[in-house]
Write a protein that binds this ligand. Sequence first.
Ligand code: NI
Length: 170
Amino acid sequence: MKGPTHAMRIIAHPSPVLKERASEVEPASDADLRQLAAKMAHAMYEAPGVGLAAPQVGVQKRVLVFDVDEGLGVLCNPVIVSRSAQTEVDEEGCLSLPGLSVPVERSVALVCEALDLDGEPVTVEAEGLLARVIQHEIDHLDGVLIIDRATPEERRAAIRRYNEIHDPVG
Ligand code: NI
């Protein structure tokens, strides 16, 4: 398939790179971060998806991008500093688990502190889809996938479905 030469491949489960904790970054002194974020955004829009974390393109840095139709957001070293007690279960997909969706319980609202690409502190107050996306992408930075958030029964069923889609012989 033809595409821009700078296109990044999104890594699919199973891969060890999706199971590791990514490292904190220093945006002010990391000259590669801006280009990384741009490439991640490109891959996210191409997919298309609403969020992407750096480990999904094989980079173990705590960087995520998102766009829930409110423009592109980039967060470095994101930390959820508060979250609503209220949670909601909804079907969630993942670009690293193509074809799969599983019910995942998430907080409906949260406050996230992070750094922008200049190294300046930013605070994101999110609810609904954006809150869900931020929780999902921060999970990626900790090596956690949606199948890890499902109940044991849902996890078994989801892995069986996923293997049927991606390895019809097995
Ligand atoms: Ni994902």
